[in-house]
Design a protein. Structure first.
Length: 240
């Protein structure tokens, strides 16, 4: 979910280091008080570690998405059993709609849905209709520069919003307090609030300082190998 490859994250990922970083990510989730279910690897789907995209888990319902990337669509069937342990009834996005949950940001009972190369208007409309069944709401966010919405915006609760690039001045977010992340630290715009603590990718000191100045406790998480694959902190888990 990064804005793109830079000199800092060019090259192929190191598998052993990626494994080590993934273990550190799990430990950070547990430190925040979460119970973590670790799924078996799907060797046929190399992007499946970015599990966030294939399902949206809300306080009231679970929605299986239909990824915009054809290579990822087979992942959805593999997440069903894990999700059904917590949500007995599942909703679905169907073609011609496409949705990847990296394009969805939850703010209380409202869901912002980024329109991207991976999430189209038909998918967003289906999603809004499903949310409405559970007294939840949604709205579409026009964008043109980002891979996913949460590449450039993260909600930190308490009306605070991290933003990057075109999200700095997007009118749909005018009522939030925006903390602007500079281009050279754009990867840190995808940070994650969990039970009052913010997980922040390691190596972005200005973003870290800006978040800490808001009064949040923080945990830095090494993510260099996932950054090489355009994957951010939120991508690696389904949190609910």
């Amino acid at each position: 979910m990064s804005a793109g490859l830079t000199e800092a994250n060019m090259g192929l990922p190191n598998y052993d280091l990626a494994w080590e970083q993934h273990q550190g990510y799990i430990a950070a989730l547990e430190e925040c008080g979460l119970q973590v279910t670790v799924l078996p690897p799907l060797e046929s789907y190399p992007d499946s570690c970015f599990v966030e995209d294939v399902a949206l888990l809300t306080p009231k319902c679970a929605i299986l998405t239909h990824p915009g990337a054809p290579s990822r669509r087979g992942e959805v069937q593999h997440i069903v059993k894990a999700v059904e342990q917590f949500y007995p009834s599942l909703e679905h996005i169907n073609l011609p709609g496409t949705v990847e949950a990296g394009d969805i940001m939850m703010v209380k009972d409202h869901f912002y849905i980024g329109l991207s190369a991976r999430t189209n208007a038909q998918g967003a409309e289906q999603l809004i209709d499903i949310l409405g069944k559970y007294n939840l709401t949604g709205s579409m966010v026009e964008m043109s520069e980002l891979l996913h919405l949460k590449t450039g915006v993260s909600y930190l609760e308490n009306n605070n919003l991290l933003t990057f690039g075109e999200m700095h001045n997007h009118p749909i977010f005018n009522h939030f307090k925006r903390i602007e992340i500079a281009k050279e630290e754009s990867y840190a715009a995808n940070s994650v609030w969990i039970n009052g603590t913010i997980l922040v990718p390691k190596g972005f000191p200005n973003a870290l300082k800006a978040i800490q100045q808001l009064g949040y406790p923080t945990i830095e998480v090494s993510m260099s190998e996932f950054q090489k694959l355009d994957g951010g902190l939120s991508c690696l888990s389904l949190r609910f």
